[in-house]
Design a protein around this ligand. Structure first.
Ligand SMILES: [Zn+2]
Length: 563
């Protein structure tokens, strides 16, 4: 009787945790009238439950580590589900791993989901450790472990056969373990890297140079700043500092498409200058970087990363930054301080410099302490799940006003003191805060919305540069502008010959394009699994609609149970 009670308690606890996954896929099979697959699905769920039941009847010295293994998988899966409203597939997992230095920030923003997941695990935990004296012999333990390994092998096969997909609705406590195993194998144990089609291109040389157009060239990549958050005409907005800027020394490209809706790929694109339709090859196979292009042109390269010192995220590697001066910025309090660093660099270097600066911007957690908060009502805490869309938006804006506006105030002073300086300002991706409790704000590869890939783009330079041929050509683009125009622009400013810029960047392909041909990438190339990309459909009309209403009304639908 006691044993039966324990079995039932574990079963209830298991169903409590896994109900949305089991139910969702079941309803899907019912809707497509596939009773065979429905039965198979329910049987695999029962199999997963059997493994947990067996785990709970092992000797205590095995039961504790097996519980740890169960908890690791199950908690990770459930927290992700509560946070984003969808189950993590391998690509989601990989995105998390690539952004693992941000984990502290994510934990602050998603405390609610973590607490909820802990509560959901209470019944099964009680059942697990009930009656410690009742246990099986070594044969039972071995069977439990063998069945677990069998299930793990099954999930691994699904991940491989479906290029990282297909794990939705499967044993949630095993899937993250399978994803960790896959990630470890592909990143650390397998020697050959990506299987992308290679499109060679010739890196420019000193013979390809004319005269540089400026002494200092600075590319500023802000963080999570959506296109409409940069305001030029209201003292009450997020960036009133721009009202005081000399208007003949800046060119506003308006709202443009980011390279991708994820930080890492957009940041990598700024350093690899990929060509349209050849992105995977240029990002991950071609070895030439913007640092090489700068050095060839006689510009000393600097990186300032106000987030994580150019390590452990955004695909930075030590070998990439070998000849680059890396100035650590992660301890800075405000993005205005990045300008202080730049001022020092310019003062200390008489030769031309190229600086790539990644700002802190307005990434979650939208912590609103230590500065003025003009936009109200704001979030009461950093937990996105507790916030209404309006509160999240206001906290987001307060942070932009504190960081980005301060950056622009100091930038104006910097440009007055250093007129030989060109600055390109943009952001890595936008932000969708319409449903902060259950949709990813960016980097959503499934229910992607247009807001995730709309960013600002401003060129700060003297009037002659703004009137120059290439800048004018790029500005007169009748299609959607993508921030990929940065590549030809910086090469032009560094003094490369027009025909070299055209053959290296193939930028004419970027012009007068609309829709899926030029929108931001939401399905990214993933080393090992996905070599193709997909772009979000954005038209000039969509951008106009967004500008007028503050909403894109454009979001992809995704059937989570179909994989
Ligand atoms: Zn980002």
């Amino acid at each position: 009787m006691r044993i039966f009670g324990k079995i039932v308690l574990i079963a209830i606890g298991f169903v409590l945790i896994n109900y949305p996954f089991i139910e969702g896929k079941s309803l899907y099979y019912i809707s497509i009238e596939r009773p065979d697959r429905l039965i198979r699905h329910l049987l695999t769920s029962l199999f997963a439950l059997t493994i947990v039941e067996l785990f709970a009847f092992t000797k205590m010295r095995y039961r504790i580590p097996l519980y740890g293994l169960f908890l690791f998988g199950s908690m990770t899966y459930l927290i992700y589900y509560f946070t984003t409203g969808s189950e993590p597939d391998y690509e989601d997992f990989r995105t998390l791993m690539d952004a693992r230095v941000m984990i502290g920030h994510a934990a602050l923003s998603y405390q609610g989901a973590i607490i909820q997941a802990i509560l959901y695990h209470l019944p099964i935990t009680v059942g697990f450790f009930l009656f410690p004296k009742i246990h099986m012999g070594w044969k039972g333990t071995l069977t439990a472990v063998m069945l677990y390994l069998l299930a793990l092998a099954g999930i691994l096969m699904i991940i491989y056969n479906k290029s990282g997909k297909g794990t939705n609705g499967r044993a949630s406590f095993i899937t993250p373990v399978a994803q960790v195993s896959t990630f470890t194998y592909l990143n650390f144990l397998r020697s050959n890297a990506a299987s992308f089609e290679y499109h060679p291109r010739i890196a420019p040389t000193k013979a390809d140079l004319l005269t540089p157009k400026a002494k200092n060239i600075i590319v500023v990549m802000d963080e999570s700043i959506r296109g409409d958050m940069i305001e030029f005409n209201t003292p009450l907005g997020t960036t009133p500092a721009l009202l005081d800027f000399p208007q003949d020394s800046l060119l506003n490209f308006g709202i443009v498409a980011s390279f991708s809706n994820c930080s890492d790929t957009s940041n990598l694109a700024m350093r690899k200058l990929p060509r349209l339709h050849k992105e995977p090859s240029d990002l991950f196979v071609d070895t030439t970087t913007v640092w090489d292009i700068a050095k060839t042109a006689g510009f000393k390269p600097f990186i300032i990363d106000a987030q994580h010192n150019a390590t452990g995220h955004n695909f930075y590697t030590d070998s990439e930054l070998q000849d680059v001066t890396n100035i650590h910025g992660s301890t800075l309090k405000n993005d205005g301080e990045v300008i202080d660093i730049i001022t020092n660099i310019l003062a200390e270097n008489s030769e031309p410099v190229f600086i790539y600066a990644g700002l802190k911007g307005s990434h979650f957690p939208f912590q609103n302490t230590g500065f003025a908060t003009p936009f109200t009502p704001a979030m009461k805490n950093t937990n996105l799940a507790d916030a209404t869309s309006e509160e999240a938006m206001n906290s987001y804006k307060n942070l932009i006003r504190a960081n980005t506006n301060e950056f622009f105030i100091k930038l104006q002073a910097l440009l007055e003191q250093n007129p030989e300086t060109i600055v390109i300002y943009t952001s890595d991706h936008g932000q969708d805060l319409s449903n902060p409790s259950s949709k990813k704000t960016h980097c959503d590869a499934k229910t992607t919305s247009m807001e995730e890939g709309l960013v600002p783009y401003i060129l700060f330079a003297n009037p002659e540069i703004i009137a120059s041929d290439l800048v004018q050509t790029l500005q007169q683009n009748t299609g959607v502008t993508n921030q990929m125009i940065t590549a030809p622009m910086i090469m032009d400013f560094m003094g490369y010959k027009p025909e070299v810029i055209e053959s290296y960047t193939e930028y004419p392909a970027l012009l007068n394009k609309t829709g899926k041909e030029i929108g931001f990438i939401y399905k990214r190339p993933i080393p090992h699994f996905r070599s193709e990309i997909e772009r979000f459909d954005i038209t000039p009309k969509d951008i106009q609609h967004f500008q007028e209403t503050g909403k894109s009304d454009k979001q992809l639908e995704y059937n989570f149970f179909a994989d």
